[in-house]
Design a protein around this ligand. Structure first.
Ligand SMILES: [Zn+2]
Length: 258
């Protein structure tokens, strides 16, 4: 699933396909952004998907994966309707983030809600704050989740309380680099979220320092020179889940909620 066409999301598709078997590719459709090298990247990617089953998804679609429900809640700047959700009280106390104009690509992101039994996880890829606000206000169409995959690598432009603090997530997973994402304002916002137990990160954030970063066991890569260590999330039908750090084998299990 290629969420959008920024280089950190589509740049390595050819290399990944060469390294592992892939039968289906899913994306948000032809590019709507110009500049930033997107046209060239899309051309390279399109040449690859010509040979593989390819589907374009829109909000409301489901991606068929056996044993779980994968619902598309955002794609190509369109969002799933929030008409039926419960009122999100944070909308009354939070100003709508200003929309960043001139670069639409982050908000082209495909956002997915994963449900496996009682386990739920939200991943909105690089959806920025202004679009997250539109998704989550005035009503919350997502409901409670166990794991919140933090938007835009934990960059400030992806963070808004109406999302980060409305999900009741027990764990936040931040897919940041040493110098990309992991912005200092992300950490107090996540830690103030009701029900939040831990933040896990792909890298130690150089900008966040000791006050922001979680304890080292919760970080896959400590060295700014990335060692390619990963986090593994294993979820169970009863809603319990385990996260494992490949760097040191540290693992934590979150018991099913009553
Ligand atoms: Zn990104």
């Amino acid at each position: 699933m290629v969420s959008h066409y920024d280089i950190d999301h589509v740049g390595d598709v050819a290399a990944i396909l060469a390294a592992m078997p892939v039968k289906h590719l899913i994306d948000n459709g032809p590019p709507q952004t110009t500049g930033k090298g997107i046209e060239g990247r899309y051309k390279t990617y399109a040449a690859v998907y010509d040979k593989i089953d390819h589907a374009v998804v829109k909000p409301g679609d489901k991606i068929p994966i056996k044993g779980m429900d994968v619902s598309v809640v955002a794609a190509a700047t369109k969002l799933v309707s929030n008409g039926a959700g419960a009122t999100n009280p944070l909308c009354a106390t939070t100003a709508a983030p200003e929309e960043i104009t001139g670069d639409l690509e982050d908000n082209m992101s495909i956002g997915l809600l994963f449900t496996a039994g009682k386990f739920r996880m939200l991943d909105l890829s690089d959806l920025e704050g202004a679009y997250s606000y539109k998704l989550m206000c005035p009503r919350n169409p997502i409901g409670p989740v166990d794991v919140y995959h933090v938007n835009v690598h934990g960059q400030a432009k992806g963070m808004t309380p109406v999302l980060a603090q409305a999900l009741g997530a027990r764990v936040a997973i931040m897919e940041n680099g040493a110098r990309k994402g992991g912005d200092p304002p992300a950490f107090p916002m996540l830690r103030a979220a009701p029900g939040m137990e831990d933040i896990w990160q792909v890298h130690s954030s150089m900008a966040a320092g000791k006050d922001g970063n979680p304890p080292e066991d919760f970080i896959a890569n400590l060295d700014p020179q990335c060692q390619g260590k990963w986090l593994r999330l294993t979820a169970r039908q009863d809603g319990s889940f385990t996260i494992t750090n490949s760097r040191n084998g540290f693992s934590k299990t979150y018991k099913a909620r009553n």
